[in-house]
Design a protein around this ligand. Structure first.
Ligand SMILES: Nc1ncnc2c1ncn2[C@@H]1O[C@H](COP(=O)(O)OP(=O)(O)OP(=O)(O)O)[C@@H](O)[C@H]1O
Length: 241
């Protein structure tokens, strides 16, 4: 197993605000990395810097040994890295399967192949009973799954999930947790997960990075993180796994 992603001294400034400040860590292939921190800590900004939605102001993002800062998100996606969005925005007037085909078309120009790839991923997220439903009519739990299916259809090696459990009830969150663990078990996809649900993040993560005020506060196994006094003081309060 090698390193799939290296974040080296990444900073992102918005005017005078350092949304990310000198953040460094790396991800081993096949693992699930949790990214946690208080609201406004800079987690989504870091995802945006990694996936090409913004170039970092400083520092480098190295994916599979290649420096990718400054590359457009669609180029990054073709290299094998894709993210989901915290606020899911499916193409509401398109069907479920057509939404997932949009992801698959990153790999093929054939609509037939794209449809087959899309149906495969709908099976993975258990939405294959609704391919012709309008995406805009899905309840939030299914819209989140659709978002994951669209991302998977790009055939990524690195999947970044931004609060896929946000707004879900416990049963729906459990389904997503199971989905993330299934993706890991099938192999071939490394995952990085932003999540506020601490029980969930402790359950799924091999390692956790804690961000606070734009800076990396700590990194370690879930057990190391819950036992880190600085993390407890800044973020976890009296949370115990
Ligand atoms: N495009 C932008 N322009 C200006 N400031 C921004 C922009 N995007 C984010 N910020 C600021 O950067 C800081 C980090 O925001 P970010 O959304 O990355 O945090 P977060 O950890 O993902 O928060 P949350 O958990 O609430 O989603 C915040 O102060 C935010 O207001």
């Amino acid at each position: 197993m090698g390193t799939i992603l290296e974040i080296q001294h990444v900073s992102k400034f918005f005017g005078g605000l350092a949304a990310n400040s000198d953040v460094s860590f790396s991800l081993e292939e096949g693992m699930i990395m949790g990214l946690i921190g208080p609201n406004g800590a800079g987690k989504t900004t870091l995802f945006n810097c990694i996936t090409g939605y913004y170039p970092p102001s400083r520092g480098d993002v190295i994916f599979k040994g290649q420096k990718i800062n400054g590359l457009e998100p669609d180029r990054v996606c073709r290299l094998g890295m894709v993210r989901t969005w915290q606020k899911v925005r499916p193409l509401a007037k398109l069907s479920v399967v057509d939404n997932v085909m949009v992801g698959a078309l990153c790999r093929t120009n054939s609509l037939k192949t794209a449809r087959e790839l899309a149906m495969e991923q709908l099976k993975v997220v258990r939405l294959d009973n609704k391919p012709n439903f309008l995406a805009g009519g899905l309840p939030i739990g299914e819209r989140k799954k659709l978002e994951v299916a669209r991302a998977l259809a790009t055939q990524p090696q690195l999947l970044l999930l931004d609060e896929v459990m946000g707004g879900l009830n416990p049963a729906e969150s459990d389904e997503i947790i199971q989905l993330i663990l299934d993706i890991k078990k099938r192999g071939g996809i490394t995952q990085m997960v932003i999540e506020h649900d601490m029980k969930a993040i402790m359950r799924i993560s091999d390692r956790i990075v804690v961000i606070n005020s734009g800076e990396k506060l700590a990194e370690g196994t879930p057990q190391e993180i819950v036992n880190n006094p600085e993390v407890v003081r800044a973020y976890l309060g009296d949370f115990h796994a």
